[in-house]
Design a protein around this ligand. Structure first.
Ligand SMILES: O=C(O)CCC(=O)C(=O)O
Ligand SMILES: [Fe+2]
Length: 353
């Protein structure tokens, strides 16, 4: 979740990446990534051996439940993410969501501008807020929307082109909400906790945001990233990846790996707030998105964010003499996240004891 801030105002709003290309302009050097690991941009990496977890096998009735819970725990401890299959979101809904996303970004500029993000809001179509002259820009155009709770949706930013966009997104949001809850419970059980432990911290009014990412082909994949390295500030992120085009990379022990696209799978990753709740048993992986010269790519990330009033802290049972408490109690972590992200620090470091 590297998107935007709720506080400071922006200094400059670049044009959508898509438009710059169609005008045949040279791209601004502000897209050139100059941060740590810049020499690895555009390099080829091995595929991460991220486990595939069958959510159906995590149900009470499944004879293979214990085995699948072990797999889940090991995936979240080793990579901080897993490829979820049999997650209850139909293949046709996944496909409709991908198609609706592509179709929205393919519509005329004038139509997309109807949903443009105003300077003082994080929601809508466009780019992230630009908060400093030094901020490297991401090679992506986005649409960022609150999807849950239903009462907090800002429908003025919900596209009406293609005509089925809103209905598809409503279905996608409901399915994602169910998956999120199921995974929160399974995560708790896999650590030997009561199944409601994480759900209780997630709170009465958690929020879910969807970020539709569109990555146009980029003339310099060796210099420019689709999304800079970051870890998500959510508790959990559910990612619908492009069916055909890879781009996501995840870091482990200082090495980058490619994340394979499995068309029927959703990639679910731990966010910083789950790292805190699990006292570091699960960790929030640093990831980034590469660009490529010939294909466009889309993805839809759903961020599950605990209620702003909830206190997020390591579960009591996960701390003892052998494993001391590693994180402070935090509230409204998203604010802390952006304060640190803006100055190039890993936000989770501010929560460490
Ligand atoms: O496009 C992707 O695969 C991942 C995007 C991402 O990391 C994010 O939106 O936070
Ligand atoms: Fe992310």
């Amino acid at each position: 979740m590297s998107s935007s801030s709720s506080s400071s105002s922006s200094t400059f709003v670049p044009k959508p990446v898509q438009e710059q290309l169609s005008n045949g302009e040279e791209f601004s050097e502000r897209y050139i990534y100059k941060g740590p690991d810049r020499e690895t941009v555009g390099a080829h990496f091995p595929v991460a051996d991220i486990q595939v977890v069958d959510l159906r096998k995590l149900s009470y009735l499944s004879p293979e439940r214990d085995e699948e819970l072990k797999k889940l725990k090991s995936a979240l401890n080793s990579w901080g993410c897993f490829q979820a299959v049999n997650h209850g979101m139909s293949i046709s809904l996944m496909e409709q969501t991908r198609e609706a996303t592509k179709s929205f970004f393919a519509t005329a500029k004038k139509e997309k501008q109807k949903y443009a993000r105003p300077e003082d809001d994080i929601e809508g179509y466009g780019n992230d807020m630009i908060l400093s002259e030094k901020q490297t820009l991401d090679w992506t155009d986005r649409l960022y929307l609150t999807i849950m709770p239903i009462g907090q949706r800002k429908l003025q930013y919900w596209p009406q082109t293609p005509p089925n966009f809103r209905d598809v997104l409503d279905e996608f949001a409901k399915a994602s909400e169910r998956i999120g809850e199921e995974v929160f419970k399974a995560m708790a059980v896999s650590l030997g906790l009561d199944e409601h432990c994480f759900m209780e911290m997630y709170g009465k009014e958690p929020k879910m945001y969807a970020r539709f990412n569109f990555y146009p082909p980029c003339p310099r994949p060796d210099l420019v990233l689709g999304v800079k390295p970051h870890a998500d500030g959510s508790a959990l992120t559910i990612l619908l990846q492009d069916k055909d085009v890879e781009g996501l990379q995840v870091e482990k022990n200082g090495q980058w790996f490619r994340v394979a696209t499995i068309p029927v799978a959703l990639l679910i990753n731990v966010g910083d707030q789950m790292e805190i709740m699990s006292n570091g048993y699960f960790w929030s992986p640093v990831h980034r998105v590469s660009t490529n010269a010939s294909n466009e790519r889309i993805s839809v990330a759903v961020f599950c964010i605990p209620d702003g009033e909830s206190e997020i802290e390591p579960a009591g049972e996960l701390m003892d003499e052998d494993r001391p408490r590693l994180y402070k109690t935090v509230k409204n972590y998203v604010d802390l996240y952006f304060q640190n992200y803006q100055i190039g620090r890993r936000p989770i470091d501010a929560a460490k004891i």
